[in-house]
Design a binder for this molecule. Structure first.
Ligand code: PLP
Length: 460
């Protein structure tokens, strides 16, 4: 039996019988049944019932180049025929990984000429944690071990990544965080910056890092790690003053600065990397997702020249994965990055579709009574569902309204995500202006329905 011959009901039954889903309440999912996605093209998905769905999330913020690129599948086939697999451990390399590394050094900010390959964002983060600690070992400061992340930051699901991330609901399962991890508050102006200008708040929020460093002792702190824009935390965009002040503090206390670019990387903000949008220079940055636009699993840790030289001076770095620099994933990532550059896709986000989305996003959502903090950069945007706009008051049961609103969007065949009561969107970077208009039309109707439901239920 081929895949297409099964009915939706049969798929659902088999899925419930054999498949455990990530971040899912299995019992409740199996009661409802899954939505089966069967094919995709551009910014659209189709389900097994024939519904055409607009993917306002680019999968999981990853399908930057859009779905259905036959050139990428042809590259994969060619590479599989030629060299389906070989490792890069024992004094060997292969053309696909060398070509990708050269191209990545070209698109990276200056000072990043080396990459270390992984299979995912989580593995990139875990690799970075080991690399940072190794760096300080080689420097003769092995006591510098603690990495500081932020509450509500997301750095993946491995033990290291989940520890560094600040999702308390993840920490609750499996005794996390591991030792040597600390957190500071996220730079969420809407909630924490009430009496300050955004610029004042940016500096104040960065100073929380300084407070934490002084509390732990700078001689014990290895690195500060943050997403340029917190993605899964709800698209928290720090004021322009935040990152430069964080950078100043890291330099002052001799602490490595790490950007987790797993979402912001490869054009999401209109720049190649989020650090370029905010104007700061990390020592290391982690990537995955947009590197291959999700066509195959691959991640890369970009290692700044100073860190790379230090690691090289230290002899063996005892770390790596069977699939580090996998030839097929590397070849596909190469074709993807080349297309993002040579077809002007990143440039178009910066100059055309990003500004257009941001203007239309604000026009569309600012009018609603229970929508506030309408924000975004490039093609990553969000708004927050609030109880009282004038008082900047959030709803009581954080996340309940988001889920309700998200389900209305889904019902209208538009995928957006709820992070708590933040409604977020990050469509494929190939979205056109007409598609933005159409997506926002559906989104506006969905929010109207949401507000109507609020009134009917006496919640507003
Ligand atoms: N870091 C960030 C900033 C992410 O957003 C994610 C995933 O969403 C990860 C790391 C983990 O990536 P993966 O799910 O590929 O392991």
């Amino acid at each position: 039996m081929t895949q297409q011959q099964r009915s939706t009901a049969q798929w659902r039954e088999l899925d419930a019988a054999h498949h455990l889903h990530p971040f899912t309440d299995t019992a409740s999912l199996n009661e409802q049944g899954v939505r089966m996605i069967t094919h995709a093209d551009g910014i659209y998905l189709w389900d097994s019932e024939g519904n055409k769905i607009t993917d306002g999330m680019a999968g999981l913020w990853c399908v930057n180049i859009g779905y259905g690129r036959k050139d990428l599948s042809e590259v994969a086939k060619r590479q599989m025929d030629e060299l389906a697999y070989y490792n890069t451990f024992f004094k060997t390399s292969h053309p696909a990984v060398v070509e990708l590394s050269r191209l990545l050094a070209e698109v990276a900010p200056t000072g990043f000429e080396h990459v270390f390959y992984t299979n995912s964002g989580s593995e990139s983060v875990d690799t970075m944690i080991r690399m940072v600690r190794r760096y300080w070992d080689v420097k003769g400061k092995p006591q510098k071990k603690t990495l500081i992340g932020r509450w509500n930051g997301y750095h993946g699901s491995t033990i290291g990544g989940a520890s560094l991330g600040g999702m308390s609901y993840m920490h609750e399962q499996g005794d996390l965080p591991i030792p040597g991890i600390a957190h500071i508050e996220q730079p969420w102006y809407y909630k924490h910056g009430k009496d300050m200008t955004p610029e004042e708040f940016g500096v104040a929020a960065a100073r929380w890092l300084e407070d934490k460093i002084l509390e732990i002792g700078a001689d014990k702190v290895a690195a500060f790690v943050g997403e340029p824009i917190q993605g899964a935390g709800g698209v928290i965009i720090p004021p322009s003053t935040y990152w430069p002040e964080v950078e100043r503090i890291c330099r002052k206390y001799d602490i490595l600065l790490v950007a987790d670019e797993v979402i912001c990387g490869f054009g999401r903000t209109g720049e190649w990397f989020g650090q370029q949008h905010f104007g700061f220079k990390p020592d290391i940055f982690t990537t995955a997702k947009g590197l291959s636009s999700g066509y195959l699993p691959i991640g890369a840790v970009f290692v700044g020249n100073d860190v790379a030289a230090t690691l090289a001076a230290g002899g063996d770095f005892n770390h790596g994965f069977t699939y580090s620099g996998h030839p097929v994933a590397a070849a596909v990532a190469h074709a993807n990055v080349q297309a993002l550059r040579d077809e002007g896709i990143v440039q178009r986000v910066r100059e055309e579709t990003g500004p257009y989305m941001q203007q239309r996003w604000r026009e569309t959502f600012s009018q609603f009574e229970h929508v506030d903090d309408v924000r975004g950069v490039g093609l990553i945007q969000a708004f927050t569902l609030v109880k009282d706009k004038a008082k900047r008051e959030l709803f009581d049961n954080w996340g309940e309204m988001g889920t309700m609103c998200r389900d209305i969007f889904f019902g209208n065949n538009l995928i957006m995500r709820a992070c708590g009561d933040h409604m977020v969107s990050a469509p494929p970077l190939v979205i056109s202006k007409a598609e933005i208009d159409s997506m926002l039309g559906t989104a506006a109707r969905s929010v109207e329905t949401f507000e109507k439901k609020l009134r009917e239920r006496g919640l507003a």
